[in-house]
Design a protein around this ligand. Structure first.
Ligand code: SAH
Ligand code: CA
Length: 221
């Protein structure tokens, strides 16, 4: 099961799902299919999907970059909420998971909008920097290997347009970021990125306790 918004008791969480989210039937189907995968907990929660759709409705991005496709739930949310002329580039290294994603993009009729870059995300990011020269995305969603968060960050910032929004997922890392005895690599990675963001005066930030923690970081210049 996905990491859900944990500040609510079970009854209120159910209420949030019932009254605060409209999960399209294809998204429901994808959640259901992914739930049989042992790594299903990596999928964003329905309420986070709803929030990300709202950000896309509000911002009307023309170009979106996602790092960490998995079975396609978050990209499908953004694709469904975006306008016809929006392009989404999503990066992952796993062929099996992204096959599922591809199937759902097709079924939803958004496969023209979505381009998958299969391979190590850092290679894809480098290639994008080279081909576009940077400042090429309105919205970036970072949700891949946590130990590399600090390495991705400066490059993703370069790829973000001034005024663009970067979303960083799992910034709480199940609370481990605040546990000084936890020195594992993923925890250190998330912790370091949280510090980089806090200290970066060129980024406006808001860390919100949605699901496993989501930071909104806007490139101000
Ligand atoms: N956003 C997705 C969840 C992403 S899970 C959703 O909402 O469903 C994290 C993904 O990052 C996994 O699919 C994993 O294969 C991918 N990943 C991990 N390390 C990677 C790397 N170095 N390069 C590319 N993808 C990577
Ligand atoms: Ca995540």
């Amino acid at each position: 099961m996905t990491q859900t918004t944990g500040v609510l008791d079970e009854r209120m969480y159910q209420y949030l799902l019932d009254f605060g989210t409209r999960e399209e039937s294809l998204l429901k189907q994808l959640r259901e299919e992914t739930s049989r995968d042992p790594m299903a907990r990596m999928q964003i929660s329905p309420e986070q999907g709803q929030f990300m759709k709202m950000l896309v409705w509000l911002l009307n991005p023309k170009s979106i970059l996602e790092i960490g496709t998995f079975t396609g739930y978050s990209s499908l949310c953004m694709a469904l909420a975006s306008q016809e002329d929006c392009k989404i580039v999503t990066c992952d290294m796993d062929e099996t998971w992204t096959k599922t994603a591809n199937r759902y993009w097709s079924e939803a009729g958004v496969d023209d909008k979505v381009e998958l870059k299969l391979g190590d995300a850092m290679d894809s990011i480098r290639a994008l920097l080279e081909s576009t020269g940077g400042e090429s995305f309105d919205l970036i969603f970072l949700d891949a290997d946590k130990e590399n968060y600090p390495n991705y960050y400066p490059r993703l910032k370069q790829l973000l347009k001034p005024g663009g929004l970067m979303l960083i997922d799992n910034v709480f890392w199940s609370g481990k970021v605040a546990d000084p005895t936890d020195t594992s690599e993923p925890t250190a990675g998330v912790r370091e990125l949280n510090r980089l963001l806090l200290e970066d005066a060129e980024m406006d930030i808001s860390m919100i306790p949605l699901s496993d923690g989501l930071t909104l970081a806007r490139r101000s210049i």
